[in-house]
Design a protein. Structure first.
Length: 438
């Protein structure tokens, strides 16, 4: 992290966005950006495009757009390249994903058809329910990492790219725990050369990006870049990293509601969350080993908001359960139900029911866009390693080892905006408000 604000490099030239996985989230993101660029829609949900930031006192009435306050890459300067295990181009993939209407996708058909996925680094061991043929072959994992770097070099040359950001929008991999190979960079590079079974496909992409000094964003709950070996590489090469798992849908609702209960010291006995979804993500999560990775990510949010160890009378007995069921008829239109058992004064019980008919990728696309632009800003501001100020966007935010994550959406937003003020040398806003009454 930075100790003091530095000069921010300008955002001139094209930003090459390297997308891993051409599925529901990424095609919704790309189609949406193209539609906004044409002036056909507005970028709803995106803080970088529509959000404002207060500067100075409330009485100053100074609230510029964030994109006017900090220099971000322009949407017109974004150029996309992708990898996927299937050969469908972005137009075909967007139609198959079924998030957007064909009539909307058709409006940007030509641009989408130009995005043809490169061969992926993929090992079925890590995503059991998928099988594709658009896959790189090489003797070692290190050679596969080198092939990815070569892909990036070719793309950058072809499109005259000034800077890159890589974003993982690929599938959820099986749950893995860190082992010796993840402990430091030396072990990790040995593992790449000797085909360690503990190095997942997503880690190889992250390694390739960091090796080239490219910021890496992890939109899935996979371990990926959340290992000491890759933190080491990020610090060594001065690259920012951010993850894990885009915060959308049910978890977004949880981190909106739970801080409210906690603020009013309302107790919670139980929180039962169940979902049905029928897209490819749902199919992947139908495998118990991939579901386990998602479950850990989804379950983690309440503890760091409620702090049961400090508030045992209110939250110690909380029974938290999360289920996801694959149900093809729904496609990308997920439906979730939450039953929350709460209690108040004298322990009297109450219940809250939430039925969210949600299009996850509609919520994920602006999150992905903001992350791309803010990670490019972080890199140009010489910020390196874990970018905790971007926790706002993640279900399971990465933090420095030993520091618990901040999951309260509102605390996360304050942190994000104060980081922007800090970068620009503006006064931080503490919300103390004494100055109005002096
Ligand atoms: N849909 C959401 O709103 C949402 C929210 C939070 C997190 N996520 C996570 O984001 C990721 C993408 O979600 P989605 O709904 O777009 O899923 P999706 O299944 O539609 O797309 C994922 C794509 O990644 C590809 N892929 C898998 N492994 C790959 C590899 N090694 N290299 C290249 N491509 C690979 C798949 O072929 C697929 O096309 C998932 O991990 C999901 O859990 C999604």
């Amino acid at each position: 992290m930075l100790e003091k604000p530095t000069e921010i490099e300008n955002a001139e030239g094209k930003l090459g966005v390297l997308v891993v996985g051409l599925g529901a989230v990424s095609t919704t993101l790309i189609s949406g950006i193209m539609s906004v660029r044409k002036g056909d829609s507005l970028p709803f949900g995106s803080l970088t495009q529509m959000g404002r930031i207060r500067l100075g006192k409330r009485s100053d009435n100074n609230m510029p757009l964030i994109k006017e306050f900090v220099e971000l890459a322009e949407l017109d300067d974004l150029e996309f390249s992708a990898w996927d295990i299937f050969e469908e181009n972005a137009y075909e993939a967007a139609k198959r994903a079924g998030v957007l209407k064909t009539s909307d996708i058709d409006k940007v058909k030509d641009e989408l058809e130009n995005i043809v996925p490169r061969k992926a680094v993929f090992d079925r061991k890590f995503v059991k329910n998928l099988n594709g043929t658009n896959v790189k072959q090489a003797k070692t994992l290190m050679q596969k990492a080198e092939q990815l770097m070569e892909d990036i070099t070719v793309f950058n040359k072809e499109k005259n790219i000034a800077r890159n950001v890589m974003i993982w929008c690929g599938s959820t991999e099986i749950f893995i725990k860190p082992t010796d190979v993840h402990k430091n960079l030396l072990n990790f590079e040995d593992g790449l050369k000797n085909n360690s079974p503990d190095i997942s496909s997503s880690m190889i992409y992250a390694y390739a990006a960091l090796k080239m000094g490219i910021p890496f964003i992890n939109g899935a709950p996979n371990l990926t870049v959340d290992i000491p070996a890759l933190y080491e590489l990020a610090l060594e090469n001065n690259v920012p990293v951010a993850g894990k798992d885009f915060k959308t849908g049910q978890t977004l609702m949880k981190t909106i509601l739970a801080p409210g209960f906690k603020a009013r010291l309302v107790g919670v006995d139980g929180w039962f969350s169940t979902n049905i979804l029928g897209n490819r993500d749902g199919e992947v999560l139908d495998d118990p080993e991939s579901f386990k990775t998602k479950e850990v990510s989804k379950l983690s949010v309440l503890d760091s908001i409620f702090h049961p160890e400090m508030f045992p009378e209110l939250y110690k007995e909380l029974y938290h359960k999360v289920r996801i069921n694959y149900y093809p008829p729904r496609g990308d239109n997920k439906e979730s139900w939450d039953n929350i058992d709460i209690f108040g004064w004298l322990g009297y019980p109450m219940q809250i029911k939430i039925n969210f008919l949600c299009s996850d990728s509609i919520l994920a696309a602006p999150v992905a866009l903001d992350l791309i632009l803010f990670m490019d800003l972080a890199k140009r501001s010489k910020m390196r390693g874990i970018q905790e100020w971007l926790s706002f966007y993640f279900k399971s935010p990465m933090t420095f080892p030993g520091v618990y994550p901040e999951n309260d959406l509102f605390a996360q937003l304050i942190k994000l905006k104060n980081t922007l003020r800090f970068l620009k040398g503006a006064d931080l806003i503490t919300h103390l408000g004494n100055e109005y009454y002096d």
